[in-house]
Design a protein around this ligand. Structure first.
Ligand code: FES
Ligand code: FES
Length: 172
């Protein structure tokens, strides 16, 4: 089948990738861009391993055609942090034991990052709801939810100005 050149904006960088019309964004990211942090589990939209952000919202890269993603801001796990500069979610998953084999972890972290970008203080029930499309066969989920709560706390603290009045002062 003839290939088309598609320009994908991934983590702020432009990638030109030759794709067939039926190729998914997951294929284009992994095979065309070399960004293998996005995992493919079911390839059917049921496991959440392939979650990325499209224009700031979580989306399944196995259900998105590469051609559909042109002109949109794509964020993958590689765009959230790495090396010694971990995203608070990455730090929290490591600290809380929210990752074991790790195959599902990029999907959980990207999905959670999209949640916390829009809802900085989600309840535990809201977190469970937001990750309900992500499957893990190792952890039992409790530590994953713990990790997302920890990261939300850290992000909120980091965003609080140092000179903000404390709660006690506000009541005085
Ligand atoms: S690989 Fe996309 S949802 Fe499973
Ligand atoms: S850590 Fe192994 S599937 Fe989630």
């Amino acid at each position: 089948m003839a290939k088309t050149l598609v320009r994908l904006t991934v983590n702020g960088a432009t990638h030109e990738v030759a794709v067939e019309p039926r190729d998914t964004l997951a294929q284009a990211l992994r095979d065309g861009c070399g960004l293998t942090g996005t995992k493919v589990g079911c390839d059917l939209g049921t496991c959440g391993c392939c979650a990325v952000m499209l224009d700031g919202r979580a989306a399944l890269a196995c259900l998105t055609l590469a051609l559909e993603a042109e002109g949109r801001a794509i964020t993958t796990i590689e765009g959230l942090g790495g090396g010694t500069n971990l995203h608070p979610l990455q730090e929290a998953f490591a600290t809380c034991g929210g990752s074991q084999c790790g195959y599902c972890t990029p999907g959980f972290i990207v999905t959670s990052a999209a949640l916390l970008d829009h809802e900085p203080s989600p309840s535990r029930e809201r977190i469970k709801d937001a990750i309900s499309g992500n499957l893990c066969r190792c952890t039992g989920y409790i530590k994953i939810v713990d990790a997302i709560e920890r990261a939300a706390d850290r992000i909120r603290v980091a965003k609080t100005p140092a000179d903000a009045p404390s709660r006690e002062l506000q009541h005085n």
